[in-house]
Design a protein around this ligand. Structure first.
Ligand code: FAD
Length: 478
């Protein structure tokens, strides 16, 4: 793109387009990006300050995004949406986080994840279809409610939630410890164990729940960063919903997670962390190129140490961006640019094959944003420590990257274990026995200890056989 990047009618003071991978975007996507930067300058960025200081949920920013028809970004054109693809989604989230408001970018990430989960199983579901066609016109914000208070960041393990078949449809009980936009969203995709649940936690189902069916506690939300995000608790307290509110068939949870929720969340949240890193670089560039030290006649930007900070931050961040966008491109290739009609075949799960790659982009982006935020603060000195420069807010917002599930501790374990031991070793639902550990521990017992253990195990087996017949071992999921 030849035209200089604009900000409130003037040339942008941060990094210009020469450091952006514009060649990845179509001409229409480049136009959308420029429009979005303008809306960030006039609306999203000023509101971000208020969201951060006063814990304000960014609904006004969503109204501005809806005016650009971005709530229906993935919705097919013949349903009134933009019909855009994964690359575009990564660009939009990155742009919102970088120039506008990171809290809005994360709420929007969750909205896109929920929208994708609904589109995935909308083919024979008029309820989902009519919702998806109203997103922009009525500013209907969606979100994903998965994390369970009992299982922490293992958000795929909803032990406190369940669903039962009733005459009218389903009775849904969901207890979530964290849900972005909780109490502010208009609709929620929640995951529970399936109605026929018989002890196998891999048997999961998804439901569409509306705002008037949830209880949230926004007054309890207060956090280090992403303070507009309002990621509070959520309770769906045995609410009865019609049959059409199940998203996909019973037991579709694993397919939905592997094909949609994980790939979309990891792609868009990685773009969010990259956007925050870029936003910090932009702010710091504007400061160091202006601030002068009169004694030596130099600007801060003239010190080689500062130049090194920027060089490294730009190189590392663009490595993370390229990695993230390459996964967006792959998802586009796999699905003919996010053509939802491929999923009229319920067994079509092309994105899920590359799950370990989505884990990697999130780990890299979330690690980088913390490092870059830190170095850009150093580059700005004490001035950056004050609130008015906004870099401290970007630093705090970026800190959410590492701890948001799947956390970076979990992701590097997954990738390392997968590479060394295979998928079975990941054991999402605590079902596969680690024979090495088991035998090693038993080996430590003396004869009396072994006898006691054997007696205890036999008693447990007898009790289990009385209560219920033995379960068939569930398949290992990957
Ligand atoms: C800003 C924000 C927004 C969020 N939004 C949503 C949302 O919209 N929807 C939603 O469902 N959830 C959301 N979450 C929740 C998130 O996905 C996690 O579930 C949550 O952060 C877990 O917090 P915890 O205190 O229970 O961590 P814990 O799980 O208790 O983790 C504590 C520590 O243990 C480590 N750890 C945990 N398991 C393992 C393991 N197997 N191996 C090695 N180390 C491990 C962790 O990495 C961490 O260092 C959000 C979280 C944040 C911070």
């Amino acid at each position: 793109m030849s035209k200089a990047k604009q900000w409130n009618g003037a040339e942008y003071g941060g990094l210009g387009y020469e450091f952006d991978p514009q060649w990845l975007l179509t001409p229409a996507q480049q136009v959308l990006q420029a429009q979005l930067i303008e809306v960030c300058a006039t609306t999203l960025r000023p509101n971000a300050v208020d969201s951060d200081r006063n814990l304000v949920y960014p609904r006004k920013n969503f109204e501005a995004l809806a005016a650009l028809r971005l709530l229906g970004l993935f919705v097919p054109k013949d349903w009134g949406g933009l019909g855009e693809d994964h690359t575009c989604a990564a660009m939009v989230v990155e742009t919102i986080a970088r120039y506008g408001c990171p809290s809005t970018a994360m709420c929007y990430t969750m909205h896109l994840g929920a929208t994708a989960a609904a589109l995935f199983r909308s083919h024979h579901n008029p309820e989902l279809q009519q919702l998806l066609q109203r997103l922009d016109a009525e500013v209907l914000i969606g979100t994903l409610s998965y994390s369970d208070p009992e299982t922490g960041s293992h958000f795929w393990y909803p032990v406190s939630s369940r669903a039962e078949a009733v005459d009218a449809g389903w009775q849904v009980s969901k207890k979530a410890s964290w849900t972005t936009s909780a109490g502010f969203a208009d609709w929620y995709i929640v995951q529970t164990t399936s109605p026929e649940f018989a002890g196998n936690y891999a048997d999961l189902s998804c439901f569409l729940i509306y705002a008037d069916e949830v209880k949230a506690e926004p007054h309890k939300w207060d956090a280090l960063g992403l303070r507009g995000n309002q990621s509070g608790t959520l309770l769906v307290d045995g609410v009865s919903v019609p049959r059409s509110r199940m998203v996909g068939p019973t037991g579709d949870g694993i397919a939905s997670n592997d094909e949609i929720v994980d790939p979309f969340f990891l792609l868009c949240s990685s773009a969010c962390w990259n956007g925050i890193a870029l936003g910090a670089i932009d702010i710091a560039k504007q400061h160091v190129t202006r601030k002068k030290h009169v004694d030596v006649g130099m600007r801060v930007a003239d010190y080689p140490t500062i130049q090194d900070y920027f060089g490294e931050a730009i190189i590392e961040t663009n490595a993370c961006r390229s990695f993230t966008f390459s996964m967006g491109k792959l998802m586009d290739d796999l699905t003919d640019h996010c053509d939802w009609s491929i999923h009229s075949d319920l067994a079509a799960l092309p994105r899920s094959v590359y799950l370990p790659w989505y884990w990697q982009i999130k780990f890299a982006a979330a690690k980088n944003v913390a490092q870059v935020g830190d170095k850009m603060l150093h580059a700005c000195g004490g001035s950056g420590f004050k609130k008015d420069m906004e870099i401290e807010r970007y630093l705090r917002d970026g800190k959410a990257g590492w701890v948001m599930g799947p956390t970076n501790e979990v992701l590097r374990q997954f990738v390392g274990k997968l590479a060394l031991l295979g998928f079975g070793a990941l054991d999402y639902w605590n079902q596969n026995v680690n024979e090495r550990v088991l035998h090693n521990e038993v080996k430590k017992l003396d004869v009396e200890g072994k006898r006691r253990l054997a007696a205890q195990l036999l008693a447990e087996v007898e009790q289990a056989e009385v209560v219920e017949p033995p379960l068939r071992a569930p398949a290992v999921v990957g």
